[in-house]
Design a protein around this ligand. Sequence first.
Ligand code: ATP
Ligand code: MG
Length: 575
Amino acid sequence: MTEHTKPNEPKNDFIRNIIRQDVKAQKYEKIVTRFPPEPNGYLHLGHVKSICLNFGVAKEFDGICHLRYDDTNPTAEKQDYIDNIKNDVKWLGFEWAGQALHASSYFDQLYTWAVQLIEQGDAYVDLQTPEQIKENRGSFNEAGTPSPQRDASVEDNLKRFADMRDGKFADGEAVLRAKIDMSDANMNMRDPILYRVMHQEHHQTGDKWCIYPMYDFAHPLSDALEGITHSLCTLEFEDHRPFYDWVVAKIGFETPPHQYEFSRLNVDHTLTSKRKLKQLVDEGIVDGWDDPRMPTVAGMRRRGYTPEGLRDFCDRVGVSKADGVTDMRLLEFSIRQSLDDTTARGMAVLKPLKVTITNFSDAVSQWQDLKADSVNARWDADAQTLWLTQPKHPNVDMGEREIPFTKELYIDQGDYEIEPPAGYKRLSSEKPEIRLRNTYVLAVTEHITDDSGNVVELKATIDPTTLGQNPEGRKVKGVIHWVSASQGIPATVRLYESLFSVEDPSSVSDVHDALNPNSLTVLNAVVEPSLVKADAGTRFQFEREGYFISDSQEHSTDTPVFNQIVSLRDSYKPA
Ligand code: ATP
Ligand code: MG
């Protein structure tokens, strides 16, 4: 497991330290970073780390951060992805400078620079087949074999490159390559490809181009063009840095951007690869990119995770060059602590067990005489309902709610045991009495079972003297939640476990073998009325159960649907 930094400490990671020095040395007029997603899928938890870092340092050092789509591969890219990436970045609480940018808007400039490289003798058109190119790159121990076109004249190369642009070659028939060193120990320097032929429409440039620049060529030059000062990327690009520096030097930038690499975010039981997440969507294993089990920003948003929680998580994970796996419970910790002070409370019974209060009318008719001042309630004789007024939050002012208390209630099946296990603190045949949260003390007088011995209903009495008051002469231990059977609202509640049952799903070749069959449980619950009145996308704490959100797509007052965000507590504590 990786080490974590504490959130509010000044951040002292190696990247911020480099920037601090650069600022002190007045190396740049302004710090400029960028977040450069390829729009070929939805953003995931790994991208959140990169977003928090790039936008975070820009903000901290009074600089700016660009949102730039690295859209150099039109086959896999889509407008839908572009739109969602913008949504996600905004939702996370960040703002990019000016308009969102596209590498594709630099295609003309990139083409001109490619021509410049040819003219300088730094690039050539290779007519080998893709297989030959691969073969002739050599290996770690073996130098590559130069292409037959490697020493072609500048004129020939200019002509061939123009022919590539003009559609005179089919896909795979020609590429433009940098002319560097076919025996470099770094394979990325063995004449890397700059342009390939691809007869494919582009979502931004339409059918203007049938050649497209490679990421490794477009990326450094887009950075340079935008005046990026610190180009922050993940460690797998470390071996690409010599080429990054080569390109910007050959084109001749006076203040070149500098690339710095940090370690990727990996979290146990999750996947941070757009390609593999796309497979889950395409095969219908999950219900779309925004399925609440997905580690995508869209999925986590629908799940009810908060932007504050995600940012806190990234702060705690920190930034370093050390590879590691972050504990999923750290993420849950950050989310949970962002919810305590921000969510209204309510009672929801997830697995209902009916309770009939046999002395209800008698007991409740006395409430006014016994307890008029300390309990805020109102009796509705027509509906035979005692409406109890309670704050929505115990210590944050969020207003009040009315909870209906009636003769027939539901409690959770897990709160009654005929034969309680050792240490069981809730209701049982051995301990029939308990406090019903916000209302009376209840005593079970009888349990009714079905043919298989399962408890299907309880009969009980309430102690009329215990509304808002402790019973005289005895202590009643334990409090359980409940919902009125007649006034409660049926609701669909979805509980989640992690999508994967294995710790490192990326290590399993067939993703199907890594899936957790219990990742989703759908329950027919009953909830107190105040919980369904709120809009879709409202977060609550269901008392004793956890944090939940009304589903942004399927919830309505008539058909309430809630997603579990996170459990109430966990013994896990961040280091
Ligand atoms: P994927 O493999 O999921 O497609 P990617 O790196 O190819 O990820 P990009 O759209 O190219 O996806 O990524 C945009 C930025 O996000 C890059 O700078 C990349 O380094 C960063 N990034 C992607 N995954 C992670 C991760 N797991 N941790 C930190 N940063 C990441
Ligand atoms: Mg990528």
